[in-house]
Design a protein around this ligand. Sequence first.
Ligand code: SF4
Length: 385
Amino acid sequence: MSAPIIQGPIIQGWCPGALRPMLSGDGYVVRVRPRAGRLTPEQAKGIAALARLHGNGLIDLSARANVQLRGVTEASHPALIDGLRALGLIDASAEAEARRNIVVAPFWTVADPTQALAADLTEALAAADAPQLPGKFGFVLDTAATPCLRDVSADIWIETGPEGLLLATQAPRAKPVTAGNAVAEAMALAHWFIAKGGVTGGRGRMAALLQRHDLPAGFTAHRLAAAAPAHPGAHPAGQLVGFAFGQMTAETLAALAELGPLRVTPWRMLLIEGANAAPDLPDLITRPDDPMLRVLACTGAPGCLQAHAATRDLARALAPHLTQTLHVSGCAKGCAHPGAAPLTLTATPDGFSLIRDGSASGAPAREGVSAKALIQNPALLTEFP
Ligand code: SF4
């Protein structure tokens, strides 16, 4: 039985939004939820300009396909919101913003129902009778040719099945639906989640409820096998480009906006709609064999108030030496990668703990290692006493 290695990271139980930003070590984090997972060139250019004007010019992509502006102050937040509202990126209230928690698969085409479903789901979640769901409860629209978002942290999926659309959860079987009733069925499932006691103290996730309750009738259909994780490069819908640790400068976002609409992905990459060549811009990850794709790292110190150490310089230094994925976490919360990774380094007050095949809060195979020792001897990652 593995015990948590560190007590104490603060679990907020809610995600920052634009109207309800979260304080971090470098100011407020303002999270923007692009509608239907897409930014028009005007919206992307606008976000870049606002990030320079009202933040510190750094922009993150989140694991739920959101765009985060960093370094916002109490004084600059109102003007930032006005600017985002003018771009059509602000909801009617913080509650409406929190409920519009929808991740959209980026490889949709105009021939599939994805964009229409996104509009319908957005409207349903904004309605007066929308289910009052916990802050982290999320929806996925995975309705392009092949499902590719099975690994996203979510609660209800509408996805492509062998013979049409399916309504799904983490359970292996799903319920056949149509483009006409999929959103209504998703809302009914969300109401069922609440009625069965899925929400406790304002929190709750579908996976936890399914430990205690079977799904309602109708969840009998087989699901398609999900596609392998997407890599940077050419795709039929456009070019997928990545960024070290999912972070870019406002200048990079503005330059990408010149190339076309941008689809935001939960892989912390952007798909440049319709582009047929990798853009020649600094700081982009355009090749699937780029070593930086083997490392994940949260903001760490000094940007996060909970961090016990800096994370990204260490991850960058170790990347060329890796043959498997390494997650470097500033504390046991594991924001950059809540699940297990082959190798995880978790910062503690006494150095880094190394966890194999576990999450940032897993039981360590090695403790008290310094960043300097790891950089001088990367073999410490795989050799044990
Ligand atoms: S995992 Fe990283 S970003 Fe998340 S709270 Fe800990 S130090 Fe901060």
